[in-house]
Design a protein around this ligand. Structure first.
Ligand SMILES: *Cc1c(COP(=O)(O)O)cnc(C)c1O
Length: 392
């Protein structure tokens, strides 16, 4: 056996880890792919003791294997799979109590904004600050602050938050403050917030992790066992654990995550360069012109495959979006196909116009989510649409 193969799974690089799966060590047939244990209940050997599994709301082997695999990728002590990215955030929020305060960004996912607003009914209030400036977060911390929620890069403006600095400052002020990072856009391949000091990381599994827009899922990772137990209690109490079929599909998708993302990221870089060469204002952390290029590339290993650009006119933006033939007009991202959208009209439309204005969410922003097509076709598609809209 050579030295390479003696390495423990954890020592391998992320692209190797995504395909190193323990299908199910307990299965007598030694499957190479985790079977779908499509069962709600499990028979018990006696009336007084239960085996590892008794009821799928509490646990199911397909979900467990997917969770163990994802825990390794996130460098988490424990991973938990739930029914959607928003469910992941809802489960996380339930560790808070009435009167607790949350600090969150201004440029965040529309659904996140809606859920935080909804929680005000339960007396959990959120203070929104531009989390891309560490001092804004520091000065917003009060004795009521129990959670800091970060998204980096932000979406659609692609701002960058310093995860390590914010986690250090927050924990120095009060070690009970839970620092949470929505890592959907970067995935564990490009950024691992738990290594940078965050307490909880979560992902919408609907996006890159699954990669084909054929399932909804949410994935939570934690460093501390006690926090994992608290979150599991919520999942078991409410029944939001990921179903066996979705767990299987998620695991299947994750195996190609690294290769998809590598291709998508390389194409995104070419597209960002092309758009910048036309004189448009491009927001992409892989570009040296990005104001936080250094910070982003210190905490992540690549710019990812989501970028945005501005035209200065909502009408022109609409024309460009509608003029593309290959980029599909769609919300979401992380799929193998390339997508184009106007976030203020689509994914972020649930944020009221006056709030969007206050938060500098420019209405003309166009977001591109780069897929795995031949990048020459993608650039040609953008080029013909920009010409038709008289932008170039
Ligand atoms: C899509 C998304 C979510 C929500 O995930 P769902 O699976 O759609 O519930 C949360 N955060 C970000 C950054 C997202 O893009």
């Amino acid at each position: 056996m050579d030295r390479e193969s003696q390495k423990s799974a954890q020592q391998y690089r992320p692209a190797t880890r995504v395909v190193s799966v323990d299908a199910n060590p307990a299965d007598p047939y030694n499957p190479a792919s985790t079977p779908i244990y499509q069962t709600a209940t499990f028979k018990q050997s006696s009336a007084v003791s239960t085996g590892e599994y008794d009821y799928t709301r509490s646990g199911n082997p397909t979900r467990t294997q997917t969770e163990r695999h994802l825990a390794k990728l996130m460098d988490a002590q424990r991973a938990l799979c739930v029914t959607s990215g928003m469910t992941a955030l809802d489960v996380i929020m339930r560790v808070l109590s009435a009167g607790d305060e949350v600090i969150a960004g201004v440029d965040l996912y529309g659904g996140t904004n809606r859920l935080l607003k909804f929680l005000e009914k339960s007396k959990i209030n959120t203070v929104h600050v531009d989390t891309c400036l560490v001092e804004n977060v520091t000065s917003a911390i009060t004795s009521q602050t129990k959670m800091i929620l970060l998204e980096t890069p932000t979406n659609p403006l692609i701002g960058v938050c310093d995860i390590k600095a914010i986690a250090e400052i927050a924990h120095a002020r009060n070690e009970e403050i839970i620092v949470v990072v929505d890592n959907t856009m970067m995935t564990p391949i490009l950024q691992r917030p738990l290594e940078l000091g965050a307490d909880i990381v979560y992902h919408s599994g609907t996006k890159y992790l699954s990669g084909h827009h054929d399932l909804m899922a949410g994935v939570i990772g934690v460093k501390k066992e006690a926090l994992g137990d608290q979150l599991y209690f919520v999942i078991n109490s409410t029944g939001v654990g990921l179903a066996p079929f979705e767990s299987w599909l998620l695991m299947r998708g994750v195996k190609t995550l690294a290769v998809r993302l590598e291709k998508q990221q390389a194409s995104a870089m070419k597209i960002a360069n092309y758009l910048e060469s036309t004189g448009l204002k491009v927001n992409y952390p892989g570009l040296k012109s990005h104001p936080s290029y250094e910070l982003h590339n210190k905490q992540a290993c690549g710019g990812g495959a989501v970028l945005s650009f501005e035209t200065g006119s909502t009408m022109v933006s609409q024309q460009i979006v509608e003029g593309c033939k290959l980029f599909t007009i769609s919300v979401s991202f992380g799929c193998v196909n390339s997508l184009i959208s106007m976030p203020c009209r689509m994914s972020h439309a649930s944020i009221p116009p006056e709030v969007r204005k206050e938060r500098n969410l420019a209405e003309d922003v166009i977001r591109l989510c780069v897929g795995i097509e031949d990048v020459r076709d993608l650039i040609e598609d953008l080029d013909q649409s920009l010409r038709a809209a008289n932008v170039i």
